[in-house]
Write a protein that binds this ligand. Structure first.
Ligand code: HAM
Length: 444
């Protein structure tokens, strides 16, 4: 996991040493194994639920993002904006929903439109563990349906994904933001209450109440907490339609055995949310960035962006945070390092290793070998370091009767055994099947 994001950017100090910009990080093997597994787990689950992959550009016209949250920090303060050489005002994607809605409005696919995505996101935040200036999200969106069953399905997709990864110390927080009929009355009541009770909190408080009182519900300032805690709750102001929708979502979750905590003060960071909102938090992470993912309905956004009325819901998951949470879970089930089935050792030196490695790879196995005519001893060292499950040695003695020698590299006391060469691929494939059963979910 990325460390040291707080350090001074070394490039500022010594121009001859390039480092990744502050708040970004490289993902290198073998850590990237966990990364691929998270992505593949999500992709598998999304496919099972009938979602197709959508890929949108890393940058969009600035206005696309301005539509999603004029009053949110992500849009106001944290966007990477720039002019291209043609004078267009563009921004790097700070969040994934607006581009998907832009693509929907542009292409008008048939609804329900069920899509998932994997994309880098950019926010100029103060970097710390679990909070980066470039982070990666997996997300899913369903456009064109207001049925509460879809809310349940989307939450179940996220829930199942975390479970597939073996994450246990997570909680689902659930709230409803109401609809266009419920929100204004609540916002007015909340604003009046906050101005009334927070009169002594000064100008900043006042300005924030005026701008968007909802955002204050998750303000962290200790001296404001008493007043915020006693504020009226949105769920008390839900219209009949919103209340019924929210009740059905809860029933659906209970029917699937998905536990949730009603959290009236859950305020998600974008203006587009309506009705159901949710967040998955991990008890393995610091409270300031414990959200492993979150989302909700955004029933007005397509219209706001020039499309037809299209009730929609989705969520995004932070890959880096999932990896941190996973490493912190007691029964850490991360795959261990390399996934090579075999490392081929050539003790004859006549090019046979090239052929054998090619044969194994064509048979669907992961095989590697040494290069540059290394000594047999050096090849054994490389085999050990490769993390391969088995070393497969081609020696003169074995070659005489068209056999290979095999050694289990995870068993230090393991002895070599011999196998007819034509049986090798099948034998390795069978071992791979066994391993797949031992570590469910580790396969991709
Ligand atoms: P979000 O809550 O801003 O929602 O981000 C989704 C997830 O991305 C967070 O729960 C967190 O795991 C991760 N994340 C956010 N910012 C950072 C960061 N700076 N560093 C590391 N991880 C981060 C959205 O972006 C919405 N578009 C989700 C959505 C989809 N709502 C409806 N559809």
């Amino acid at each position: 996991m990325p460390e040291g994001d707080e350090r001074q950017d070394a490039h500022d100090v010594d121009p001859s040493v390039f480092r990744a910009p502050i708040g970004t990080h490289d993902v290198l093997p073998p850590d990237s194994e966990g990364w691929i597994e998270v992505v593949a787990t999500f992709a598998r689950r999304a496919r099972r639920f009938g979602y197709g992959l959508v890929v949108t550009p890393v940058f969009e016209h600035l206005e696309v993002f301005q539509r999603v949250g004029a009053s949110t920090d992500v849009v106001r303060k944290e966007m990477y904006e720039f002019d291209d050489k043609g004078g267009r005002r563009l921004a790097l994607r700070p969040e994934g929903t607006a581009p998907v809605v832009r693509a929907y409005v542009q292409h008008r696919p048939a609804v329900p439109w069920k899509v998932w995505y994997l994309a880098p996101h950019f926010r100029y935040e103060r970097p710390q563990r679990g909070r980066y200036r470039q982070h990666w999200q997996l997300g899913a969106e369903v456009m064109g349906v207001d049925d509460p069953d879809v809310d349940v399905e989307v939450i179940a997709l996220a829930h199942g994904f975390y479970r597939d990864l073996g994450l246990e110390r997570i909680r689902l927080l659930l709230n409803s933001m109401g609809d266009a009929a419920s929100r204004p009355a609540y916002v007015a009541a909340l604003r009046a209450y906050l101005l009334d009770h927070g009169g002594s909190f000064g100008e900043e408080f006042r300005a924030r109440v005026e701008q968007n009182p909802l955002r204050l519900l998750d303000a962290k300032r200790p001296e404001w907490q008493d007043v915020i805690e006693r504020a009226p709750q949105l769920t008390e102001y839900l219209s009949d339609a919103s209340a019924a929708h929210f009740e059905q979502v809860q029933q659906g979750l209970r029917a699937l055995g998905i536990g949730y905590e009603l959290t009236p003060r859950l305020v998600r960071g974008f203006d587009y949310y309506t009705a159901t909102t949710f967040e998955f938090v991990s008890d393995s992470l610091d409270a300031a960035q414990n959200a492993l993912g979150g989302g909700g309905r955004y029933d007005q956004l397509a219209e706001d962006m020039g499309g037809p009325p299209t009730p929609s819901i989705g969520f995004g998951v932070g890959i880096e945070r999932v990896l941190i949470a996973r490493a912190a879970e007691p029964g850490d089930r991360r795959p261990s390092g390399s996934r090579l089935d075999a490392f081929v050792i050539d003790a004859i030196g006549d090019g046979a290793a090239t052929l054998l490695a090619a044969e194994l790879r064509e048979a669907g196995l992961a095989a590697d070998r040494a290069y540059g005519g290394r000594s047999v001893k050096a090849q054994w060292k490389l085999a050990d370091r490769s993390g391969a499950r088995y070393a497969v040695m081609l020696g003169r003695r074995e070659a005489e009767h068209d056999a290979v020698a095999i050694k289990d590299l995870r068993d230090p006391a393991g002895t070599q055994r011999e196998l007819p060469r034509r049986e090798l691929a099948g034998w390795l494939q069978a071992r791979r099947e066994d391993a797949r059963h031992e570590t469910p979910g580790a396969d991709w």
